[in-house]
Design a protein around this ligand. Structure first.
Ligand code: G3P
Ligand code: CA
Length: 391
């Protein structure tokens, strides 16, 4: 621990108030849509994600749980009880069974002033569909994925296999991976981050905590498999020197869940790197007002006009093997759809008549079997081909 770090750690216990702490951010500050734009639409549905995109979010969150048939889906609770009309553990249902459930009606009941008929019957979203849908809309979209239940390590394994299959492991500049990455893995379970890092070090990790509890955390230190410190906002507001302390040690700090403009402003002015919010529109305005948003080149601008609900992608996934898109990185950050394998484009135009002879020239390099007739036929075919090429 350096002297500066030690001093900052001591100050973290002092009585400084957030208003007394003003620090420029290390880099651009991120709007992270918590379960989508979940203040306005049923959480973890395409309706909430679409709205977050329209509100120009930087990152979409997915709380990852495996279904009974081990498909990663985005849902916060271990059961479907709160957010559907059904009951039972998520991992007791197959994806096909979960797709029959209504994940929208509860929102209308809980929020009568925000209720909309189109929320009724909203569907569960497999992580792979979230990724494909919004990368197609903005190839520089980012995803903050939280392992909610490791399922004995299967969640990390399947997440890793999915990212590998989809080409999404290597999606940024490794030297600046938190700021340039497409994918981030977060968890309250530090063991989940360690397990994933054992599989790959290509994805940055974020450790979620309610508040710092260990001496190491209070000193701003983290295990080498953790990149981002992510305490509850209340902990940062109570200990405003935690952010500079972690920055001093090379770690970004993200915080959850902040829906109030004044608190957002305090945290942004304290130098926070990313905030989870249900109200992406409010946070977007606060970040942009300070001029700390990513440039258009860094994040692209989300489209505002697009077909809702991801037609063509919603409902496409049937297992943890897809089907889904395959992506490849572009430049410093961002991805593009990898062209699907197609039949080789013919190098010769279609030939009518003496085509077989011409084929024999190409295939054998000889003129039609060595006879004079064959040679003449071969020459005839060659002449036809030359004529075709000149067109
Ligand atoms: O992942 C950040 C924040 O979402 C943690 O709380 O309970 O909403 O997942 P929770
Ligand atoms: Ca979460």
């Amino acid at each position: 621990m350096t002297r500066t770090t030690f001093a900052l750690a001591l100050l973290a216990f002092a009585n400084a108030t957030p208003a007394q702490i003003g620090a420029p951010p290390r880099d651009k500050q991120l709007v992270i849509s918590h379960r989508g734009a979940s203040a306005y639409a049923p959480e973890h549905t395409f309706l909430a994600y679409d709205l977050a995109i329209k509100q120009n979010t930087d990152m979409l969150e997915c709380d990852l749980i495996l279904t009974k048939d081990e498909v990663p889906v985005c849902i916060h609770d271990e059961t479907v009880d709160r957010t559907s009309e059904s009951t039972g553990r998520v991992d007791s249902f197959t994806l096909a069974e979960l797709r029959l459930m209504d994940f929208g009606t509860w929102f209308n009941t809980a929020n009568p002033t925000l209720a909309r008929p189109e929320f009724v019957g909203a569907k569960i979203v497999p992580l792979e569909e979230q990724l494909d849908c919004y990368l197609r809309l903005n190839p520089k979209m980012r995803f903050h994925v939280e392992t909610k239940d490791s399922a004995g390590g299967r969640a990390e394994q399947i997440f890793f296999e999915m990212l590998t299959r989809k080409g999404l492991l290597e999606t940024g500049d490794p030297a600046k991976k938190v700021t340039t990455t497409t994918m981030l893995l977060q968890s309250f379970d530090i063991g989940s981050l360690e397990r994933f890092r054992g599989l790959s070090d290509a994805i940055p990790t974020a450790y979620l905590v309610a508040a710092p509890t260990t001496v190491g955390e209070l000193a701003g230190t983290l295990p080498d498999y953790v990149d981002v410190y992510a305490p509850n906002a209340a902990a940062l507001l109570a200990n405003p020197l935690l952010i500079p302390l972690y920055h001093q040690n090379g770690h970004d700090v993200h915080t959850y869940t902040v829906n109030d403009a004044q608190q957002m402003g305090l945290l942004l002015d304290m130098g926070i790197d990313g905030i989870f919010t249900n109200n992406s529109d409010i946070l977007r305005a606060e970040v942009d007002a300070r001029g700390h948003q990513q440039t258009e080149a860094e994040r692209s601008v989300n489209p505002t006009e697009f077909a809702p609900g991801c037609p063509g992608i919603a409902g496409r996934v049937t297992s943890n093997r897809g089907p889904g898109d395959v992506w490849e990185p572009t430049g410093l950050r961002g991805v593009r759809l990898k062209p699907v394998d197609t039949m080789p484009v013919p190098t010769m135009p279609a030939v009518i008549g003496p085509a077989p002879v011409a084929g024999s020239i190409m295939a054998t390099g000889r003129l039609g079997g060595g006879s004079l007739g064959g040679a003449l036929l071969g020459l005839f075919g060659f002449a036809v081909l030359r004529r075709q090429f000149r067109r």
